[in-house]
Design a protein around this ligand. Sequence first.
Ligand code: A2P
Length: 348
Amino acid sequence: MTIQNPIPQSRALNIAIVGATGAVGAELIGCLERGAIEVSELRLLASARSAGRKMAFHGQDVEIQELREDSFVGIDIAFFSAGASLSRHYAPLAIAAGARVIDNSSAFRTDPLIPLIVPEANAAAMMNAPLVANPNCVAAIATVALAPLHRAWSIRRLNYATYQSASGAGAAAMEELRAGTQAALDGEEFAPSVLPHSYAFNLFSHNADIDPETGYNGEELKVIAETRRILDLPQLPIGVTCVRVPVLRAHSMALSVRFEDHVTPDQVRDCLARAPGVRIVDDAAANHFPMPCEATGQDDVLVGRIRQDLGDPSGRTIALFVAGDQLLKGAALNAVQIAERLVVGAAT
Ligand code: A2P
């Protein structure tokens, strides 16, 4: 892959969003509005179904255009958030047209030549590549907390249990959660069409396909592979169970982190209190810990319930509970932070 020069911030940039009408697309617009990059043109791209509709950017209406092969002429940075198959087809066309691509899909995340970036964890691995992959939302949120802990004490094993929101399955799944909950409250039948099971007052194992060899589902395998890549720990033993819960847009996760040597909860709390992108929510007296309703709309990842994991009597394992907005740090915000690092001087 050809290494590009940093984009100078001496002029306002032309930005495209593929999948602008989706749950992540709408958040990308918001993150750009409050971000550090000066935008000259914002080109909103979606399917023919949405062409001609308008979305607001800095109070101005921007007309949505149908995604086409020549949609990227004059674009400096293109964000992709419309699924892996569209990314595979159109991202190379965008690069050929001279754009840098930040891809939110899973299309390129395991390609060793394409950086997979969470700026708080591994910004140096970005190396001005023309295409940067934005990680799976669980891996992105978790590694904001895990990277500083690994730098301090070397992580040796990791266990995850996740509590994942509807937004990870897109805007239609969020709508299905609302409609299914209303139907349940009204005592009406509701047949889900986006997710495989009824979501109202229920939870279920993540809907990604099960790999027959490992028994892990596709989401769990992504979390393992991507956490290893972001932390640059290709052999790290990781166990994970991913579950969908009836929450609109923030993911939560219980983490059990084993270090090389003994580490205390106070040491972990001090380390994370100084970590960028982390907010400690750990009030044992009030029984107040990270919750998805408080993580929603927040840039920071909330971390709490920091305690020794009694499952490991050696004292080397710490348990944590983490909540982060799936659409922000788990997707759009991380993508815009990557873009800000591509532009000289724009990173905050
Ligand atoms: P559209 O709204 O026009 O269907 P989400 O992940 O929230 O479901 O969003 C998916 C995004 O991908 C939407 O913006 C959707 O646009 C877009 N998309 C889906 N299919 C296509 C397509 N064939 N060409 C361009 N954009 C597409």
